[in-house]
Design a protein around this ligand. Sequence first.
Ligand code: ADP
Ligand code: MG
Length: 349
Amino acid sequence: MFSSLYHRFSNDIGIDLGTANTLVYLGGRGIVINEPSVVALNTKTNRVVAVGMEAKNMMGRTPQHIRIVRPLVDGVISDYEVTEEMLSYLINKANEIDKKLFRPRVVIGIPVGITNVEMRAVYDAAISAGAREVYIVEEPMAAAIGVRLPIHEPVGSMMVDIGGGTTDIAVIALSGVVRAKSLKVAGDKLTEDIITYMRDEFKMLIGEKTGEHIKMTIGSALPDEHGEEMSIKGRDLVTGLPREAIITDVDIRQAMYSSISQLVDVIREVLETTPPEVLSDIMQRGIVVSGGGALIRNLPKLLEMQLKVPVTVSDDPLTAVARGTGVILEHIDEYKDVLIKNTDDISFR
Ligand code: ADP
Ligand code: MG
């Protein structure tokens, strides 16, 4: 009815359901929501209390009966209600931004590794949250589209999306995923590594926020000409009292070394099983890295050295997937072949 009154794209939104951050792309507008993928649950009533930034701000300050969950990391995505609450929160919020939004068509990016049950939960939850049609796309495919790789062409591309909970690796050619792998070594694991290192080597307890801050400030995969150091505050494990310590980039590289090696090994494994023609395309055109983990200093350089393949970081790596869902929804017919239209299409690879 009266559809001509509506803005051409106003009925479509793209959602990047990341393990760390959830982004919403409003058709014709761009990214309008960027919030942590966090949900606060009341364990007594089993109801969702808060979503996104509001839920993250409750972290570490919650009463006994409130539990903070990260749906994609803690596996709650298979919990239908949490997923639905989160999606309806996002759809409603997009609705507040664009009042014309009514039963939108929704393109959702999901990690490569999630199970069929989880994918079905996402699909059903989006419908129940008010979506008219739901299209699911794998995140590295969305990222590749977002950074304008020639995914339809008979030429191989490799996308490595280093997020919070997972790193998704995909080799793409002719609109299809030729090889894919997902591993649970990504940004959050590196933060954990730093926390563990501080505990073991400095006998100091630091929180997640501090760990992440250290990673973003002096974390690097290879040394630079000038070393870096920073002073951090934590709790002395022996005395239980606050203490300060000076740590350097060398410490942090050591802390992250084993995880980064694992990451390199898995990318190498994917390359090793890639058909030779496609591999030769990748060797020529390089690997593109996206996701927040792509911002770790010198990580692309390290990958390049270890894998002997050129590596580039996508521009604005944190928004590549969301921008990809935007490109898809604005040209849906062109991208039908990369979408999982209904959950019966979902197959194991
Ligand atoms: P997801 O797609 O899984 O939600 P993101 O792509 O949003 O994840 O990336 C989140 C991860 O990236 C977090 O672990 C965060 O610590 C890390 N990150 C974000 N910015 C930086 C930065 N500048 N340097 C290093 N790591 C970063
Ligand atoms: Mg992501």
